[in-house]
Write a new protein. Structure first.
Length: 360
């Protein structure tokens, strides 16, 4: 028997080939078993995570919220507004921040009607002075800040090179620099007080980057890394009563998608959206139980854990889904910068009953 260089293979070399083939088959089988074990572990973790994620606020938690002072950015709609209303139900002091001052005042009225105290502070989180002033006014009114929630965020959908660079820059100003400014103001106050909880709203994209939302995914990955680093700094400084939690929701059908910058040619749509109330309750829960990283719901947990086990595959699947929903239809809608550079027109949503649910 000859090999490619024309020499004759010896019986010993044939034996080695057989051994290598057996080794390769054995390794392939072991890899398949390892993959199966990892998949089973993911399923088990999802079951456990699902149980953990369904825990609501108990009576003791409700008592802990009453009288606490919360600062919420992006409080005029979506998660921020929903969280403010729930905190009003629970008797908290709520400092509301967003660009739309008139709408903020209307949300403040709703918070007070539910039993909470409210202060509306118009602010653009991308402006350092606005955020510093927000912290100052909160302390002047209520004497302290117990929880700071960095919720304000904007998006941009489309092929990366087709989104204007000024839109990418503004997104980073709001989603990352705004969180940095808010975290800085909050932690300075917390270290003076000796306690406090910072809750940053990330995304499942903090873990799994999504095609056609590149700068958004980059900003949310940075928010997660920021939280991890800040927790280590607090640990090293001996600040054991200061905590940083990052909440990682799945896509939710909030005004975010109606207001997002969109250069895809088709209407922005969340893939298989979750219920907004589950995220609102998770944010309030995280303010009392500040897990370093908290995916919300089984889909977010599945993406989070799946990316740890099979990163390339999970990114490819996510990209295919987004491509099919957002790009493949090949629509002809004109590109828009959405609410990146100026606020969307004010429109108050009715107070939803899910925000008035009583503690478990």
């Amino acid at each position: 028997m000859r090999v490619s260089n024309g020499t004759r293979r010896t019986p010993r070399s044939l034996s080695l080939v057989k051994e290598e083939a057996v080794d390769a088959t054995t390794k392939a089988g072991a890899n398949r078993k390892s993959l199966l074990v990892r998949l089973l572990l993911v399923v088990l973790c999802l079951q456990l995570a699902g149980c953990a994620a369904t825990r609501g606020l108990g009576a003791e938690d409700a008592q802990r919220v009453r009288g606490k002072t919360y600062v919420i950015t992006g409080a005029s709609s979506g998660f921020g507004r929903g969280t403010a209303l729930m905190l009003g139900d629970l008797g908290a002091n709520v400092v509301l921040a967003a660009r739309r001052g008139e709408l903020l005042e209307q949300v403040a009225v709703q918070v007070r009607a539910r039993g909470g105290q409210a202060l509306a502070v118009p602010a653009d989180v991308a402006r350092m002075h606005d955020v510093a002033s927000l912290a100052q006014r909160a302390v002047e009114r209520f004497g302290r800040i117990d929880v700071w929630i960095n919720n304000a965020g904007v998006g941009a959908i489309g092929r990366f090179e087709q989104i204007p660079p000024q839109d990418h820059a503004r997104l980073i100003d709001v989603n990352l620099k705004g969180v940095i400014f808010g975290s800085h103001a909050a932690l300075r106050q917390f270290t003076r007080q000796g306690y406090g909880t910072l809750v940053n709203i990330g995304s499942v994209e903090s873990e799994v980057p999504l095609a056609y939302q590149a700068s958004y995914a980059a900003s949310k990955a940075a928010v997660l890394s920021l939280g991890r680093a800040l927790n280590e700094e607090m640990r090293l400084a001996g600040q054991d009563k200061v905590a940083v939690a990052t909440v990682l929701p799945w896509a939710v059908d909030t005004p975010f998608f109606a207001h997002t910058a969109n250069y895809s040619g088709t209407e922005a749509r969340p893939p298989f959206p979750d219920d907004v109330c589950s995220v609102v309750k998770a944010i309030v829960w995280a303010s009392l139980h500040p897990y370093e990283e908290l995916p919300v719901g089984w889909k977010a947990w599945g993406a989070y854990l799946g990316h740890r086990v099979l990163p390339d595959l999970s990114e490819q699947v996510a990209a295919q889904v987004e491509h099919r929903i957002q790009i493949a239809p090949a629509g002809s809608l004109p590109g828009t910068s959405g609410n990146l550079h100026r606020p969307a027109p004010a429109a108050v949503s009715p107070a939803s009953s899910c925000f008035t649910s009583k503690p478990d």
